[in-house]
Design a protein around this ligand. Structure first.
Ligand SMILES: C[S@@+](CC[C@H](N)C(=O)[O-])C[C@H]1O[C@@H](n2cnc3c(N)ncnc32)[C@H](O)[C@@H]1O
Length: 291
């Protein structure tokens, strides 16, 4: 790949697609290195590439060829209508999680019809903040107080940066560090309309985990004990103390965990328990209400 101001963006795009063996990724990385959006980049295809942009692209392509996930190389990813910062401090947001958010928003829109106060919501293990921030930005302005929590200070720095980019009403989103519910002020017990979480759910020695995931994503975001259920046990056993009566617990789950999560919810006295599927018809979302 050449970057000495004698090559146009169109030529460099073609060369990058060959290097990466992927036209779409080449396009995203070229747009990213040029600082242009898709439309601007189309108009710049015959412009010569500056040395600075050529070197920036070279670095990005090098990282990608070394095996780093595209989302980390780009430092950003789309989630529902948000464009969020992501890097190795946080899990890469997955499309299945967008469905979890949809379920949560539908439940909260319905709850809003029945109460005349602000909703209170927490996203436990928020990582980049995508679940809580998407909910906060899709519900009517100033209609909910959303608490984003994580054990990882690094992850919360990313969530904070993503919050800053959204222009939400002051005070509508709060950020708190700690182990699951212990991040929250104790006076908020029995006051949440929704507890939503995509906790770590991979078993420690799961042989099926892809190496790109194991090598790049934070292990605190992935692994949850020898059977992958440790985080669910903690969240499900404590959620009843934090929800209002009739409040909802919505969890993203591993596709083979539906039956176990159903049992855990049942044992902890939840009602209206449902396990829903994702785009691939695999169990992915558990929802239930506090009695
Ligand atoms: C699977 S990631 C989910 C991240 C984000 N919510 C998403 O859906 O993309 C799980 C998150 O839980 C956090 N976490 C792990 N153990 C925790 C604990 N004991 N208390 C609070 N958060 C924890 C991790 O740091 C990570 O950000």
């Amino acid at each position: 790949m050449n970057s000495d101001e004698t090559i146009s963006w169109g030529e460099l795009l073609e060369a990058t697609a060959i290097d990466l063996g992927n036209e779409q990724e080449a396009r995203w990385l070229c747009e990213h290195a040029s600082g242009l959006d898709r439309t601007e980049f189309d108009l710049a295809l015959s412009d010569l590439v500056s040395e600075r942009c050529g070197l920036a692209l070279q670095k990005l392509v090098g990282r990608r060829l070394a095996g780093e996930p595209l989302q980390y190389v780009m430092s950003r990813w789309a989630f529902r209508h948000l464009d969020v910062l992501v890097d190795q401090r946080v899990l890469i947001p997955r499309p299945e999680t967008e469905l979890v958010v949809q379920v949560a928003i539908d439940l909260m829109r319905d709850a809003q019809q029945k109460i005349d106060r602000k909703l209170r919501i927490t996203d436990l293990g928020t990582g980049s903040g995508v679940i809580g921030l998407a909910i906060a930005s899709e519900l009517p302005l100033a209609s909910a107080e959303v608490w984003l929590t994580d054990l990882s200070d690094d992850a919360l720095d990313v969530a904070r940066a993503n919050l800053a980019g959204l222009g939400l009403v002051d005070g509508d989103v709060r950020i708190a560090q700690g182990d699951w519910f212990s991040a929250l002020p104790s006076e908020l017990k029995n006051s949440f309309d929704l507890v939503v979480s995509n906790p770590p759910y991979i078993a420690l020695y799961d042989p099926n985990i892809e190496s790109i995931v194991r090598n790049y994503e934070p292990h605190l975001a992935l692994f949850a004990g020898s059977d992958g259920l440790d985080a669910y046990r903690q969240i499900i056993s404590q959620a009843g103390q934090w929800l209002v009566s009739g409040g909802w617990l919505v969890l993203e789950i591993g596709h083979e965990q539906g039956a176990e999560i159903h049992t855990l919810l049942n044992e902890n006295n939840f009602r209206d328990i449902e396990i829903r599927e994702d785009y691939s018809q695999r169990d992915r979302i558990a929802l239930a209400r506090k009695n």
